[in-house]
Design a protein around this ligand. Structure first.
Ligand SMILES: Cc1cc2nc3c(=O)[nH]c(=O)nc-3n(C[C@H](O)[C@H](O)[C@H](O)COP(=O)(O)OP(=O)(O)OC[C@H]3O[C@@H](n4cnc5c(N)ncnc54)[C@H](O)[C@@H]3O)c2cc1C
Ligand SMILES: Cc1cc2nc3c(=O)[nH]c(=O)nc-3n(C[C@H](O)[C@H](O)[C@H](O)COP(=O)(O)O)c2cc1C
Length: 763
């Protein structure tokens, strides 16, 4: 086959090598506009795993590269006067120029025709002259833009500014992050050694800081001097150097996240940065380029037509690229939002940095550096006020809110059971909540318990509006208190326009087949075309509902609940006031967010008056309507949380959605946790995270990184009431309390789980 590689970067060269290795008869030419040794940039990094893939493809070039590697295992973080080092990260670095020269040498030896100083002006013409064109022409790919209608690139230019510099200062003992506070804001560096006397030194900051420094009007020389002054104490008198002569001005860039919808057209295939980019903070651009080159060479060999090879190439690489881009997005967003975390203790800041891409889990960090992680866990326990000196995972740290003391950070999230009879909880509830309280969670939150009959969602919902409700709940609460050391929280709510619907396992949110009751909401709206239209609440309706909440709170107190949660989420009555999607009022309860929060806050204040001072109150919110503009979005959630905090709410239970049938939630592991993270770290308010959190590792990383104070699990507790005790047993945590009659079962489980990972150790 007659093949042209457009671009002599890692993708073009490594593809040429990989193809020649599979069939030496291929006639391959690489066209590169630059000279062979004329390259921008400094060093690139490879993880150990990437290097294994490359070695399997071509041991010869792998060995050539390996002999030029600088290795390091540690990551060091300079932050607030401390240098925190963790190990086990396993990376290697090489000068980009060296890498390219080695690949050129290998390509030449295999008979590839390398043509430097050759600018390709027409990709179309190239495609006519060759059987196959690999468009590996980098970030600003001409092939991609010439055929943009076919490749359909999406380019997302990110907000932070960065510049790629080099230095002879040694950073040879660790990949180093340096965070510096300046008179113009925070600015940071990512530094790593790539040969015996040179290190990459990428400087990054927010656009606001960049503006204030006036970097835009500096020459590259002035820019280096300015950065030297900022990072002087880490540079040991060494200079910062730029080699970006190909870039105009001070060489600062904004990272463009590129992803093409299609990767091939006619006989042209995109590869490397031309097809997709991954942010430099996860060091995967060269890896993606080289692994894509291997995949394409494999498929060209295994498939009989170009088209078939292209289909396989795109299928295989897209999944991998999306996976990496997702990790890269988490990582770049962490750096974009880093000012949110700059109040954290250095230990927690370091943990947050290390786990920013969500690729490294809590237990994975333990494998990398057990000692460091145990030190961090000990710090967490101390901060949590643990009375003993045992190192445990964060999920087993105590938590205190007012006078409420929780033994651990796991919460059974409120879940409607639809087993109430005329609002009254039954034996089902006694057994259900009793079991979950025995199962080890620190806090059990009961389902939305409604303040009036018409405030129920379904006829099966429980209530707190009749004397027998109080008595029945008291029986359950008494059991929990007598037989377990769990605490129990009562979630109070009113269904609003989402009321009068069928049981959860019938047709959810659909009106009752018969016996519907009239609804009211913030405004005259309906949940869907099928649901009845609620009437807009009048002032006297509001006063009545407020008194119903107060009365329910008094009953909850007499029933002995330890905590209250007011349900202001999921489109129910109080939520319908908060979201502009359903609050169309023109009085002082509609319009601005302050106005829309007025009624929920009135309810809170009235309830707080009658709820004992020593007991906390939580408010559950929907932090996003998932409809984009026009609905609640995360910055609104921060504003809502600020108002709640100011009013005296103790903790914000951060849920999302269920406020509109037009919502498009971005589901995924821990998908709502970023909202909790943002609220907690921007307002300083305690939070509970919830939503698709189902592994101990999730909980531990959320808590340890300071993304929430408590973690709610709903569905996992339906599948396993003993979720927490089972998790503890599997993790080798031995200090959780089991019910006395179950000790023989506990001991057998401990034996079977073989003291699996770790036993607690004293600090
Ligand atoms: C600040 C920064 C730090 C980075 N750090 C790392 C890291 O640590 N590890 C890592 O793996 N990656 C890193 N990268 C990413 C990495 O540099 C790229 O992802 C990688 O080089 C992509 O390889 P490529 O072959 O697709 O493109 P490139 O390396 O950009 O190669 C494309 C080549 O095509 C040539 N070309 C373009 N158009 C034409 C034309 N019309 N005619 C002839 N020639 C043409 C260009 O001159 C260039 O040589 C970093 C990137 C940046 C910006
Ligand atoms: C069967 C069921 C009933 C639920 N009922 C309630 C409820 O009464 N109040 C509430 O705030 N959330 C309710 N939820 C939402 C959960 O509390 C939780 O926010 C959601 O299920 C996401 O958590 P998960 O991924 O751990 O299941 C319910 C969820 C389920 C599965």
């Amino acid at each position: 086959m007659k093949i042209a590689c457009l671009g002599g970067g890692p993708a073009g060269l490594y593809f040429a090598i990989s193809m020649k290795l599979r069939d030496a008869a291929h006639d391959i030419t690489v066209f590169e506009r630059n000279r062979p040794d004329d390259t921008f940039g400094w060093g690139v990094v490879f993880s150990d795993e990437t290097f294994d893939n490359i070695t399997a493809n071509d041991p010869v070039s792998a060995e050539m590269i390996r002999s030029h590697f600088a290795y390091w295992d540690d990551i060091a973080v300079h932050y607030r006067g401390q240098r925190i080092v963790s190990g086990g990260h396993g990376f290697s670095g090489i000068a980009r120029k060296e890498l390219l020269m080695l690949l050129q040498e290998r390509a030449r030896a295999l008979g590839v025709d390398l043509r430097f100083k050759t600018e390709i002006a027409s990709v179309d013409a190239l495609a006519h002259d060759y059987d196959l064109v690999i468009a590996a022409d980098g970030l600003n790919s001409k092939a991609r833009s010439d055929f943009a209608d076919h490749f359909k690139p999406a380019i997302d230019t990110r907000k932070n500014k960065f510049v790629w510099l080099g230095t002879h200062q040694k950073f040879d003992d660790a990949f180093t992050f340096i965070f510096e506070e300046t008179e113009h804001g925070w600015i940071w560096a990512h530094a790593y050694q790539f040969d015996t006397d040179t290190a990459t030194f990428i400087v990054e900051c927010s656009p606001a800081t960049w503006d204030k420094f006036g970097f835009d009007v500096m020459s590259q020389e002035e820019n280096c001097r300015a950065c030297e002054r900022i990072f002087a104490k880490y540079l040991g008198g060494h200079r910062l150097m730029s080699n970006a002569a190909h870039l105009r001005g001070s060489a600062w860039l904004n990272f463009p996240r590129v992803l093409c919808e299609k990767w091939s057209y006619r006989n042209i295939a995109l590869m490397g940065d031309a097809a997709a980019t991954a942010h430099f903070s996860i060091g995967s651009g060269t890896k993606l380029a080289m692994e894509s080159a291997v995949a394409m060479a494999n498929y060209l060999q295994s498939e009989t037509t170009l088209d078939a090879a292209f289909v396989k190439y795109e299928e295989a690489r897209r999944t991998e690229v999306l996976r990496l881009q997702s990790a890269a997005r988490n990582s770049l967003e962490w750096f974009e939002d880093v000012e949110r975390y700059l109040h954290l203790d250095p230990i927690q800041f370091n943990y947050s940095l290390l786990t920013r891409s969500q690729r490294i889990s809590h237990e994975n960090l333990r494998l990398r550096d057990k000692k460091w992680l145990e030190g961090a866990e000990a710090w967490f326990q101390r901060l949590a006020g643990a009375s003993d000196n045992i190192v445990r995972r964060p999920m087993f740290a105590p938590f205190r809110l007012r006078d409420l003391r929780l033994k651990n950070r796991v919460v059974v999230s409120p879940m409607a059971q639809y087993r109430g009879v005329d609002g009254c909880p039954t034996d089902w509830h006694l057994v259900h909540y009793g079991e979950r309280a025995k199962g080890g969670a620190g806090l059990v939150c009961i389902e939305m318990t409604c303040v009036s009959p018409e405030g129920r969602i379904t006829p099966g919902c429980t209530g707190m509006y009749a004397p027998e409700h109080e008595t029945s709940w008291k029986r359950i609460v008494d059991f929990v208190h007598a037989e377990t050391d769990a605490k129990i929280c009562c979630q109070l709510g009113h269904s609003g326009a989402k009321g009068s619907t069928q049981l959860g396992w019938e047709e959810m949110d659909a009106p009752l087949k018969d016996g519907n009751w009239p609804l009211m909401s913030a405004s005259a709206t309906a949940w869907s075309d099928r649901n009845q239209r609620a009437r807009a609440m009048t002032r006297s309706d509001m006063e009545r509902v407020r008194e119903q909440f107060v009365s329910a709170a008094k009953m909850a107190q007499r029933a002995g609940f330890d905590m209250l949660e007011i349900h202001c989420a999921h489109g129910y009555l109080l939520s319908s006031f908060i979201t502009p999607l359903t609050n169309l009022r023109t009085d002082e309860y509609g319009g601005s967010l302050e106005n829309r929060m007025r009624f929920p806050l009135e309810i809170f204040h009235a309830v707080r008056e009658v709820w004992p001072m020593e007991k906390p109150i939580s408010v559950r919110i929907s932090a996003s309507d998932w409809v984009g503009e026009g609905g609640i979005q995360p910055p609104d959630a921060v504003a809502i949380a600020r108002m709640l905090k100011e009013a005296g709410v103790d903790i914000c239970d951060v849920s999302a959605g269920q406020t509109s049938i037009h919502a498009h939630p971005a589901y995924g592991r821990m998908f709502q946790t970023p909202f909790s993270d943002r609220i907690r770290n921007e307002t300083g308010m305690a939070t509970m995270a919830v939503g698709n959190i189902y592994e101990p590792d999730h909980i531990n990383s959320i808590l340890m990184a300071g993304r929430a104070d408590l973690v709610c699990l709903a569905r996992p507790h339906l599948a396993d009431p003993y979720w927490t005790l089972h998790a503890a047993a599997n993790l080798g945590e031995r200090s959780e309390t089991w019910p006395l009659p179950y000790l023989a079962g506990r001991d057998q489980l401990y034996r079977l789980s073989g003291n699996a990972q770790t036993t607690p150790s004293a600090v």
